[in-house]
Design a binder for this molecule. Sequence first.
Ligand code: NDP
Length: 279
Amino acid sequence: MPAEIIDGNRLAKSIRSETRRQVKKLKFTPGIAVVQVGDDPASTIYVDYKQKDCERVRFHSEVYRMSERATQDEVIDRIQTLNGRKEIHAILAQMPVPDQIDGQAVIDAIAPEKDTDGLGAANLGNLMINRECVLPCTPAGIVRLIESTGEEIEGKHAVCVGRSSLVGKPIGLILLNRNATVTYCHSRTRHLAEQTRSADILIVAAGKPEMIKADMVKAGAIVIDVGINRLEGRLVGDVHYESVKETAGYITPVPGGVGPMTRAILLENTLKLAISQCG
Ligand code: NDP
C-alpha cells in the first residue's frame, strides 16, 4: 500500500492561524528582528519569506541587512543592541555568514530568552540535558510532522542521516528525550543501508539529492525528508520520493513537507518568547 503523505503545508497553515488567533488576544505586539550579513541570494529570499510570514500573523518585524564586509564585532554589536530593546522579543541571525565571521559566536550573542531559532549554545545545552528550552525550528517542525501521523515515538528506532547542529543532532536529541532509540549516521557511516533499513522513523538531512532509495527503507516506516536540492531544474529532497512512497508507511514530500513547518515554528517560537517576556 502506498505511503500516507504527511502534508506540511496544511499543518503549517493551522499553526499560522493559531498564532494569529493568539496574537489578536494580546495587549502588545510580538516583535522579531532578523539580522542578515552579506547578500547571499538564497538567504535574502528566506529572510523575505520570514518577514512576510511575520506580517501575516501581525508581528512587528525588523530586518537588518549588513554589509558582506561587516566585522564580527559590528554584527555582535547589532545583536547586543537588539538584546536591549524591550519591544524586540525574538532575534534571528540568518546563516550562512561571510567567512570573516564565526556564525555560532553571532548566534550565541543573542540573549537565550530571545533566541527564536533555539540554536544558541544555551538552548542547545538545555536540549541536551532535557530541560525546557526553545526548540530549533526545523527539528521542532519534524516532531510535529511525526506526531501528526498518530504513531507513538516512545520505543521506536529513529535513524537520523546527518548530524549538523541545525537539524541532525537536535532532532536526534528531541527524539531521545521522547524515549526513542536513536542512531546517528553521517558521511563516514559504514553500511548506511543496513542502518536506514532498521529505522521505524527515518529522518534524512544530508543535502544529497535522492540518496535514500526504496531498498534502504523498512516497510511501513515514517520517512521525513529534510533535504532541499536542485536536480535538473527540479526541487527534490534527499529521499527518492517516487520509489520510497511505495514502501514507507508515511512520507513527507519536497516541497510541502518540512520546509513550511520550519517557517511556521519560527512564528510559534516567537509568540512563546514574546508571551514569556510580556505575558
Ligand atoms: P549539513 O551539510 O550541515 O550536514 C549534512 C550532514 O549529512 C552531515 O552530518 C554529513 O556528514 C551528512 N552526510 C552528507 N553526505 C552523506 C552521505 N552520503 N551519507 C550519510 N550522511 C551524509 O546540512 P544541514 O543539516 O544544514 O542540511 C541538510 C539538508 O537539509 C540540506 O539539503 C538543507 O538544504 C536542508 N535543510 C532544510 C531545511 C528545511 O526547512 N526544509 C532546514 C535546514 C536544512 P558529516 O557530518 O560526516 O559531514
